[in-house]
Design a protein around this ligand. Structure first.
Ligand code: NAD
Ligand code: DAU
Length: 349
């Protein structure tokens, strides 16, 4: 198995790459990543010298580059995670999201279909997507695989578009595909512009913790390793052409979550209970802020036997410990030093 994983230097991608490299020593894993601000090879420093791992620095919007690597490496399958992933950035720079998430995905589909044309059914294009494509829920209800698409931010619109293109290649050309739509992930290696790692970093440094609006928006949080495990199960046992929702059955209002995080950190840092809650600062709301996401993952649970392996309390505690222990990673990310890692590790060899 020659498996191309795109976006493997990012948050979720790095956990997926590590899981596949260590669990499947007979697979050759190729990690294609542009190393945008969100790509950090330090996430993979523990496995980068494994014989079954190769890093390819490249851009999925570059069709000629994709042509070259598909010809050279003859990948059997693709797990596609590369994307612009931060909603706030999509509001200020939507074109970057169209380029990578839409055009980049279409480039990959086009190139894979061309190179796999002789024996399409032996291959698989597995696209990693988000619950945000379904829009925003009211107080009740859950997103199922049948929920109509209703994306509302440039990010979710670009991901919805990419999902439609993936299905178009399945129906029109017979490309074997799978899609999964997951809820909010948290855990080690999460870039500190997203809520949980940003809050951990600010609480640690006694800086204000920004809560958008009144903090009433609800997200369904899943530990990143449980997402990686779900991707493994769907890749190997999911039905071709199908979609699987992945979620934690773990809904939290933002304010309740941040208060819990403050309390967990007060305990771990030996601060007085209640101290870190004083850092909570309400700020201007996100434009078009989706009220609530919540996933029904019963198809994945019932058909493929997956379920989350950690409770939220365990996952959050492990995550805080990871950030408190990995101060060098955090310092490199916040100072920008991680962007020199590629030159040091690869270009000077
Ligand atoms: P991330 O932003 O941490 O990582 C994205 C990776 O893609 C980075 O390594 C980046 O360098 C790479 N990349 C970006 N543009 C590229 C390009 N043009 N060519 C090649 N590589 C490029 O993202 P993440 O949070 O790990 O999300 C990974 C995937 O999972 C995305 O497709 C996202 O939509 C999806 N997803 C994320 C979440 C979440 O909670 N983070 C939940 C559900 C689905
Ligand atoms: O639902 C899956 C999605 O989850 C993924 O597809 C996205 O890639 C991922 O970024 C995430 O999107 P969110 O917008 O839900 O995540 P974020 O961490 O940016 O925000 C979580 C919630 O917290 C959201 O309601 C906005 C709020 N928020 C966020 C930040 C960064 C704050 O209140 N303060 C903040 O500083």
């Amino acid at each position: 198995m020659k498996l191309l994983i795109t976006g493997g230097a990012g948050f979720i991608g790095s956990h997926v790459v590590r899981l596949f490299v260590t669990r499947y020593p007979n697979y050759q894993i190729y990690n294609l990543d542009k190393l945008t601000y969100a790509g950090n090879l330090e996430n993979l420093s523990d496995i980068e010298s494994k014989d079954n791992y190769t890093f390819l620095k490249g851009d999925i919007t570059d069709a000629a580059y994709l042509e070259e690597i598909f010809a050279n490496y003859k990948f059997d399958s693709v797990i596609h995670l590369a994307a612009e992933s931060h909603v706030d950035r999509s509001i200020t720079d939507p074109l970057a999201f169209v380029q990578t998430n839409v055009i980049g995905t279409v480039n990959l589909l086009h190139t894979a279909k061309k190179h796999w044309a002789d024996d399409l059914e032996k291959h698989l294009f597995y696209h990693i997507s988000t619950d945000e494509v379904y829009g925003s829920l009211g107080e009740d209800g859950l997103f199922t695989e049948e929920t109509p698409y209703d994306p509302r931010s440039p990010y979710s619109a670009s991901k919805a578009s990419s999902d439609h293109f993936v299905r178009a290649w399945y129906h029109t050309y017979g490309l074997p595909i799978k899609i999964s739509n997951c809820s909010n992930n948290y855990g080690p290696n999460h870039f500190p512009e997203k809520l949980i790692p940003l809050a951990i970093n600010n609480i640690k440094n006694e800086r204000p913790v920004p809560v958008y609006g009144k903090g009433e928006n609800v997200r369904d949080w899943l530990y990143v390793l449980d997402h990686a495990r779900a991707i493994d199960v769907i890749f190997h046992e999911g039905k071709v052409g199908d979609t699987y929702n992945i979620g934690g059955i773990n809904e939290w209002k933002n304010l309740d979550l941040i208060e819990l995080l403050c309390d967990v950190m007060d305990e771990k840092l030996g601060r007085l209970k209640g101290h870190s809650r004083t850092l909570i600062t309400f700020v201007k709301d996100r434009a078009g802020h989706d009220l609530r996401y919540a996933i029904d993952s019963s198809k994945l649970v019932n058909e493929l036997g997956w379920k989350p392996s950690v409770t939220f309390e365990e996952g959050l505690s492990k995550t805080v410990d990871w950030y408190l222990q990995n101060t060098e990673w955090l310092e490199h990310v916040t100072s920008g030093n991680y962007q020199h890692y590629y030159q040091e590790q690869y270009e000077r060899r």
